[in-house]
Design a protein around this ligand. Structure first.
Ligand SMILES: Nc1nc2c(ncn2[C@@H]2O[C@H](COP(=O)(O)OP(=O)(O)OP(=O)(O)O)[C@@H](O)[C@H]2O)c(=O)[nH]1
Length: 434
């Protein structure tokens, strides 16, 4: 696995920390994001839709924001998102821009642009002077409200106007890097844009991406995303380009699993299992449609592949010399007689030597996207990685059906790596490292 040496030491991210009430409990260092824009631009809608899964149509009933609202959200990194009233200016913000890692300015694509663009330019110049490392993002929002042609035209027009206004003030300002995103809460563009914003804030991103690349090449996966399960933002993906239909497909599948998860919670499950299980256990039926199964269902015939019980993965104490099993992920083309069938919980535990004793439950699911008798289609797989993150990957159905054990085996390594990164991230944020 990639070395974590030096990780966290070169952070350009601005962090804030507040001590607990009694001064003993340290809350984690939070990365602050400033959400700005004119009245009714859609700031609160974006926040509620992305982070609280508020249905797009219900944003119609949101009340006007009258004072700065600070929202905490914990994913790979802990975030603090400041939703500001539409009237907020540099003078009324009352907090220096140096406190923030990212500024997101929301512009309604249908709005008269003069006022929002002047406000944006004020913030951009001030951010550039006070905090040149700040990420400057513009969401040209409500893209759904215009036809394809007008949408692109207006999007370009806004970018051009911002650049001209900056140039009018000084040639130096024209070079300020600003990222523009076309967004809407009526498709997955808001999720995609916010994911891209998040990537710039995660110091461990290169490590996560490396692990996804290794997973893809060893499992013959054409695309893999590491999603934050609740917000459905992808915190990392492999090196292949993200195409919006694939992203939407994964996003919809995750949403479906999230909404069905609570229905399948077992009353008899142990408290530990209840805490970590969220989505249902699903396996593809012969028709290619997913259906729930019991977590530890036993195959009824030799030809039926059992569900891989990574769910009962047990992390064992470190460095026992008696531990068995290969120490690196494997590619489906490698000859691996010891893992050619799906690995059992006991063999999974023997491949996880680094962690302290800890039992967790990791549901997985899959669905066949284009069922075909010859197994030539694609399968979308889901594996919970930790209580907050899930791996979604596209695999050739033939690989998934014939080498499922090997895929699961690689997931175990991927999970180990991600959990280790998250632990390091936690330690740094809580003041134990960096
Ligand atoms: N068509 C469309 N409407 C949207 C979209 N996002 C938000 N809206 C609507 O825009 C209106 C204003 O949204 P808010 O989220 O309250 O806007 P705000 O920027 O927080 O407004 P203030 O609190 O006044 O600053 C609501 O009626 C939303 O339903 C979108 O992507 N497309």
């Amino acid at each position: 696995m990639t070395s974590l040496n030096g990780y966290g030491s070169s952070s350009s991210t601005v962090l804030s920390q507040t001590n607990g009430v009694n001064g003993h409990t340290k809350s984690p260092l939070r990365t602050k994001i400033l959400l700005l824009g004119m009245r009714r631009a859609g700031k609160t809608s974006i926040y509620e839709y992305v982070f609280n899964d508020l249905p797009a149509k219900q944003t119609f009933y949101l009340e006007t924001t009258t004072r700065v609202t600070k929202h905490h959200y914990d994913t790979v990194i802990p975030l603090e998102i400041w939703d500001c009233p539409g009237t907020t200016t540099l003078e009324t913000l009352e907090t220096p821009l140096t406190q923030f890692s990212t500024l997101i300015f929301v512009i309604d694509i249908q709005d008269l642009y003069q006022q929002p663009i002047s406000r944006l330019v004020d913030f951009v110049i001030s951010a550039y002077q006070d905090n040149p490392n700040m990420n400057l993002e513009v969401f040209v929002h409500k893209a759904d409200a215009l036809s394809e042609e007008y949408k692109i035209e207006n999007f370009r027009h806004i970018q051009q106007r911002v650049s001209e206004e900056l140039l009018d003030i000084s040639e130096e300002y024209e070079q300020i890097p600003i990222n523009f995103h076309l967004t809407s809460i009526y498709d997955h563009s808001a999720h995609e844009a916010f994911s891209r914003v998040l990537h710039k804030l995660i110091d461990s991103l290169p490590f996560l991406e490396d692990m996804l690349n290794v997973f893809c090449s060893n499992s013959q996966s054409s695309k893999a995303f590491l999603f934050d399960t609740k917000s459905r933002l992808y915190v990392a993906t492999d090196a292949s380009p993200v195409d919006p239909p694939t992203h939407s497909l994964c996003n919809n599948y995750l949403q479906m699993l999230n909404s069905f998860g609570p229905l399948y919670k077992s009353v008899s499950a142990s408290p530990l299992r209840q805490r970590t299980i969220s989505p249902p256990e699903l396996t593809p039926t012969s028709s290619g449609v997913t259906s729930p199964t019991t977590p530890h269902s036993v195959p009824t015939s030799a030809s039926e592949t059992p569900r891989v019980p990574s769910s009962s993965l047990q992390h064992t104490s470190p460095s026992s010399s008696s531990q068995q099993g290969p120490s690196t992920p494997l590619s489906p083309t490698q000859s691996t007689p010891s893992v050619s069938s799906p690995i059992s919980s006991s063999s999974a535990s023997s491949t996880t030597p680094r962690r302290k004793s800890k039992i967790s439950f990791y549901p997985c699911a899959s669905t066949s996207l284009s069922p075909s008798a010859s197994g030539a289609g694609t399968t979308l797989t889901y594996h919970l990685i930790n209580p907050k993150l899930a791996l979604l990957a596209l695999l050739p159905t033939s690989v998934y059906e014939s080498r499922r054990g090997l895929v699961e085996y690689n997931v175990v390594f991927f999970r180990e790596g991600v959990q280790e990164i998250c632990e390091v991230e936690d330690e740094i944020r809580k003041g134990g490292g960096g």
